[in-house]
Design a binder for this molecule. Structure first.
Ligand code: ADP
Ligand code: MG
Length: 624
């Protein structure tokens, strides 16, 4: 007879009432699944005992029969023999258009175009990045269900801090294909902070330094009353451990006096050797790089930590530049940072730990496995969201990587959600109509840091119709931007008087690459002065147009109040203003607008008097 399980009061839920909830780190090179068991987060191993699943899927020729595909280690070892049908780094294709996959020619497999989106061409047909990711996710789902012998309730999946709407949506779609209920998407560095239990630490500001194989992410988090807010994120999407390997290859070639470039296969062998050497130097005083044949010669080069650190110093410095910038973005100084978390295999390099410790004036947290820390944090969050933990009220706030706004008159951007705003968030701003009797409003939603719409990225366009006709400026149209916990945006516009409303969910068909985001930010900093000038000019022109139009309609209505000479003087001012507005001096346009304003003061007074008389006529004195 089976024994019945009884739990200690208040200690744990009945195991049969517990929901199986996991955290998944869906990585570029490898993926992991973790769960909280007996109150502790741990990575779940496959049947062979390994926790790491290479993010690689190989498609087999359907004509040969068989299961159709290989996933993980099996696929990885087949990559050399069947590169064209073995898909790795699919994360770089998620939510991207064909045009955005700039290095398609460098990939070992072929990219095809399906309605603008990048898909992979395999012997088994076209595969979307979502389908390929779904294979990896489903493998992890089955692993979790096997370890718990129960169905999966849901998962928290991590994404890079810089993933935009399209990339996040693609990740959710992949999970859906894999039959996974997504409890939430969270940023990778945020998950790492949770893994270290910083939510139970003392309140303050923490920095998460994540150096992986091909990317670098830095985040500044603030913990207040048990709640995390990501104050700012930054980094470099083209900087990681692979670059350290390449720098070492270049140094070895130089030491060996090898001027001629090695062949592709020699370079591949050298890179693998350099990586082994780099990893060995993390806990050994020297290592020898050996290659039997490079450009017709044998290479044997001893490397010491000092050599390695010197030839990679520029890379390490680049990470620290990004750290300084993100601190500036967050409005923080080094002394305000309470703790530093290390994430990613490359943070095992002693030089990284030393430089980070020097910069922050404290030792970073390194006791958790830097490969697992993201999955562990996601598992803790999943457990809380599934209602399994008593501190189920843990709330995570992430940030928007770029500002969101709408187009206003003259092609200017009105920012509504500033960059690095904590999400979820809802922010509103009131707008009005530009013309008398205007019954529709065209809304253009854009993303970016520049002041001119032309320099930002268009996300969506929609129209608000059915506004009751009113004079220009009388309508009150409230535009609300809502960004949900997954970073997805919806925009509503509502005319306050009549209640007419329109809404758009922004699921852009294509995402921005990290590089594009970085470029957009860089441009916005480099051109801030230029943008201010451009904005001033456009604003001056809009004001000038509005003033000229108002004066013209006043002349048409009440021109009879003026002498021909007075009227001519005003017409001359309008003419002068129109002429000045064609030039590109904002100051001159403002001066001309002001001149017209001054020149029509007397006329305005006459009109006002007439208006009062009209209003009073026919009314008895006591009514006034
Ligand atoms: P990603 O998140 O990009 O998949 P990881 O966090 O797994 O990357 O980090 C992979 C990188 O970590 C590789 O460049 C690898 O060479 C590096 N790495 C792993 N172990 C060590 C080590 N002991 N010393 C230095 N670098 C290491
Ligand atoms: Mg990683």
């Amino acid at each position: 007879m089976a024994l019945l399980q009884i739990s200690e009061p208040g200690q744990s839920l009945d195991p049969h009432q517990r929901r199986v909830a996991v955290g998944i780190d869906l990585g570029t090179t490898h993926s992991l699944v973790a769960a909280v068991r007996h109150g502790v987060a741990e990575c779940l191993p496959a049947a062979d005992g390994r926790v790491i699943l290479p993010s690689v899927v190989r498609y087999l020729d359907p004509a040969l029969g068989g299961s159709g595909r290989q996933i993980g280690h099996e696929a990885l070892s087949a990559q050399v023999q069947d590169p064209a049908n073995t898909v790795s780094s699919v994360k770089r294709l998620m939510g991207r258009t064909t045009a955005q996959v700039s290095d398609a020619d460098k990939l070992p497999y072929a990219i095809a175009d399906a309605h603008g989106m990048a898909v992979v061409q395999t012997v088994a047909g076209h595969k979307t990045p979502m389908e390929i990711s779904a294979e990896i996710l489903a493998t992890l789902r089955f692993r979790a269900e096997d370890s718990f012998d129960d169905e999966l309730y849901g998962a928290v999946i991590t994404v890079p801090a810089y993933f935009d709407d399209a990339q996040r949506q693609a990740t959710k779609d992949a999970a859906q294909l894999a039959g996974i209920n997504v409890l939430r998407l969270i940023n990778e560095p945020t998950a790492a902070a949770i893994a270290y239990g910083l939510d139970n630490a003392s309140e303050g500001v923490y920095a998460i330094y994540d150096l992986g194989g091909g990317t670098f992410d830095i985040s500044i988090l603030r913990l207040t009353q048990g709640v995390f807010e990501v104050m700012a994120t930054g980094g470099d999407s083209a900087l990681g451990g692979d670059d350290y390997d390449q720098a070492l290859v270049a140094w070895v070639l130089q030491q060996q006096g090898l001027a001629s470039a090695p062949s592709a296969s020699e370079r591949a062998a050298l890179s693998a050797e350099a990586r082994r050497c780099k990893e060995a130097l993390s806990d050994q005083p020297a290592h020898v790089v050996f290659c039997a044949s490079v450009a017709g010669r044998q290479v044997e080069q001893i490397v010491r930590p000092a050599d390695f650190e010197a030839c990679t110093a520029a890379l390490t410095a680049r990470t620290m530049t990004a750290v300084r910038k993100v601190l500036r973005d967050a409005g923080m100084t080094v002394s305000e940072v309470k703790g530093v978390v290390m994430v990613g295999g490359s943070t095992r390099m002693p030089v990284i730990r030393r430089v980070v410790a020097d910069f922050f004036g404290q030792d970073p947290l390194t006791n958790l496995n830097p490969d697992e820390v993201v999955a562990l944090g996601a598992a803790i969050q999943a457990n809380a969201l599934a209602g399994n933990s008593r501190d189920g009220d843990l709330l995570l706030l992430d940030v928007t990587p770029l500002s969101l706004g709408v187009e206003t008159m003259g092609g200017l951007v009105e920012r509504i959600v500033p960059r690095n705003s904590a999400i979820p968030t809802a922010l509103a701003q009131d707008f009005t109509t530009y013309q008398d009797g205007q019954t529709a409003l065209a809304l253009h939603v854009v993303q970016g840091e520049r002041d001119l719409v032309a320099d930002c990225r268009s996300l969506a366009r929609f129209e608000l119709r059915g506004i009751p006709p009113m004079v220009a400026g009388a309508a009150r149209i409230r535009v609300t931007f809502t960004v949900d916990a997954d970073g997805l945006l919806s925009v509503t516009a509502k005319e306050q008087g009549s209640g007419v409303e329109a809404r758009v969910d922004v699921k852009p068909a294509y995402g921005l690459s990290d590089d594009q985001i970085a470029t957009m930010l860089q441009e916005s900093f480099a051109t801030a002065q230029q943008d201010i000038a451009a904005r001033a000019l456009v604003e001056a022109r809009v004001d000038a147009d509005r003033m000229a139009a108002a004066t013209r309609s006043a002349l048409q209505a009440d021109g009879g109040l003026l002498t021909p000479l007075e009227r001519e003087a005003i017409e001359n001012l309008i003419h002068a203003l129109a002429h000045t507005a064609q030039g590109d001096s904002a100051a001159a346009i403002e001066a001309a607008t002001e001149a017209l304003g001054k020149g029509t003061e007397a006329f305005a007074a006459l009109r006002m008097n007439q208006g009062i008389q009209k209003a009073l006529s026919g009314k008895k004195l006591e009514e006034v």
